[in-house]
Design a protein around this ligand. Sequence first.
Ligand code: PEP
Ligand code: MG
Length: 324
Amino acid sequence: LAQVLEHEQDLPSQTPDGHAMPLMVNTGLAVDAVASLKTRISGVGLYRTEVPFMITERFPGEQEQTRLYRDQLESFAPLPVVMRTLDIGGDKDLPYFPIDEANPFLGWRGIRVTLDHPEVLMVQLRAMLRASLGLGNLQILLPMVTNVDEVDDTLKLIERAQAELAEEGVTVARPKIGVMLEVPATLYQLEPLAARVDFFSVGSNDLTQYLLAVDRNNPRVAGLYDACHPAVLVALARLADEAAALGVPISVCGELAGDPAGALLLMGMGFDALSMNAPSLPRVRAAIRRVSQTSAQSLVSEILSLATPREVRQHLEKRLGEWQ
Ligand code: PEP
Ligand code: MG
């Protein structure tokens, strides 16, 4: 099977009825290992910038960050690279910036931290913009957004970084800017968000944990953590519909996108792109090449009438078995 899949990897990510489903890759470290995928993907859908920060002994400076980001952007140019601003807190701690809280996943995380430390965010934004000089494939993604104000505040910082660089003789275009939809509140704020940003990216890992009130890393409640919970799937389907109505591109960069059954569901719902870890690409591509968009759409309507995660899983297995 592995050989069959490998053989397909240079073929388009397209369904038998001609629906193209762009696949993107999630990156953190080791850009070299994934750069070889360039011809097979539509870009980097999520570069987790906190990953390189986790192996340094202090916050990397502007030059060091510029080098890191330039490496990513150059490796994939002209394909887009979606760089997420530092998403620490929750389960991701930096040794030199410890955060000790009783409820870390409901606490100081992502954009909340970096807006409280604009000096950290400004270095990162300046480095991202500087790295994009002459390439034009940078996109910036904001994690853990809860309030539209947080977007406005970040946009101001991005403008300031751009203006500072221009004064220093580095003129870069404004990158596309997107918001992660992972805090349930954002599901009800799509309109004002759409007025401010260029794209949406669903963090299905956090969205699942917050919709279900289940810590994604707690083994005691692991049985309850399920992106195939009907509530999560209904939320995802609505997001795809509403983003389309607002004319804002929407993708998914959580684990669900890297699961073949999940990817088919997301395709059927109408998501514009799926971003996943590199090892998931072959199986997802193979699934897409075997299942028509019409079948994926029917699958979604069948699934959305089910009441329990178990029924969803069983139904998915049944259909996938028929399609293999
Ligand atoms: C997510 O929450 O789905 C996501 C992609 O981000 P992370 O897993 O880094 O929180
Ligand atoms: Mg997340």
